[in-house]
Design a binder for this molecule. Structure first.
Ligand SMILES: O=C(O)CCC(=O)C(=O)O
Ligand SMILES: [Fe+2]
Length: 320
């Protein structure tokens, strides 16, 4: 099996570290994002209690009766807020939808930024007030961690440390709580039905709170699948397509998937919670001039984040 190096980095050594520690963090995350596009992070600002409470609430949400969940599935929002039922999202290039249902929470604008009027309202689960509270806290903490990670990445890219700050302020990020539902009769499934088909994330970076079970795999340069394992409460962070475009492929948006468990485990749920860190839709994703040269010709067309998101949501079947 090919060996894939997914370094485990301490975010606190960047936030509160010495000049040397900050530089080391920035070099390490940059090198990993250039090589495999994945790292795991400790000291990310989410306590074990918060994560345990999050998973408890997520389980409560998906345990609600089908008709209650369906009342939160809102037409016209492309799944960007509230509930998305089974069979709605299909990985790009796949025919069979993923074996999952999910709930998405978006940005809450608390200042006078006019972008407030552009975003759809978040949907609150009337039956579970604690779900709304805990996901709000998790959103804010992952967004804060993500801003620090982008500062470290900016330094690696030779940009000003605060290059991304204004671009992600009140950005279009999404916290997705996911349920890969139990399958009682795996024989009834189409042969190519999987929990999450191979895909790349759309956004700048994704922060994933370690899932309730194994299954996440990344596609290596040697064309093999490699399992991504996170210790306890570590957060897995990977590069998305927007950051790959901005850096002309210097930082890699690595293909990943969630495989089905062994047959006898198919009757158990798997839960996971990725946070897709998006910029404001006006951010220009045109590749940075410093990433283009004779050896690395320009690979992507110039687009804003909003245009790119729209194109991708259509490709995965969420937007008509
Ligand atoms: O469930 C997981 O572990 C990963 C989910 C994922 O890759 C996604 O939703 O984009
Ligand atoms: Fe993903």
């Amino acid at each position: 099996m090919s060996t894939v190096n997914i370094p485990r980095l301490d975010l606190n050594s960047y936030i509160n570290g010495t000049e040397g520690e900050r530089k080391k963090f920035s070099d390490e995350i940059g090198a990993a994002f250039n090589e495999t596009g994945f790292v795991t992070i400790t000291n990310h600002g989410l306590s074990k209690e918060l994560i345990d409470n999050l998973y408890k609430q997520v389980q409560n949400l998906f345990a609600l009766p089908e008709d209650v969940k369906l009342k939160y599935e809102i037409p016209g929002l492309a799944g960007q807020r509230g509930y998305t039922s089974k069979g709605k999202e299909t990985a790009k290039g796949f025919k069979v939808p993923d074996l999952k249902e999910f709930w998405q929470i978006g940005q809450t604008v608390t200042d006078n930024d006019p972008i407030k009027f552009v975003y759809p309202e978040n949907v609150h689960v009337e039956e579970l007030p604690q779900f709304n509270e805990v996901t709000q806290e998790v959103y804010q903490r992952l967004e804060a961690a993500g801003k620090h990670l982008l500062q470290a990445i900016a330094i690696y890219l030779g940009l000003d440390e605060h290059y991304f700050d204004s671009k992600v302020h009140n950005g279009n990020s999404i916290l997705r709580t996911l349920h890969y539902f139990p399958i009682e009769n795996p024989d009834d499934l189409p042969p190519d039905a999987v929990r999450a088909g191979a895909h790349e994330d759309i956004n700048l970076i994704t922060l994933l709170i370690g899932a309730s079970a194994d299954g996440l795999e990344l596609y290596t340069r040697e064309n093999t699948w490699f399992p991504v394992k996170a210790h306890g409460e570590d957060v897995v962070v990977n590069v998305g397509d927007m950051l790959q475009r901005l850096t002309n492929g210097k930082l890699k948006s690595t293909t990943h998937r969630v495989v089905n468990p062994p047959r006898e485990m198919m009757k158990f749920s798997r839960f996971s919670v990725p946070f897709f860190l998006h910029p404001r839709s006006e951010m220009d994703l045109t590749s940075l001039p410093s990433t283009i040269d004779e050896e690395h010709p320009k690979q992507f067309s110039d687009m804003t984040a909003g245009e790119y998101l729209d194109e991708r949501l259509r490709e995965i079947g969420l937007k008509k």
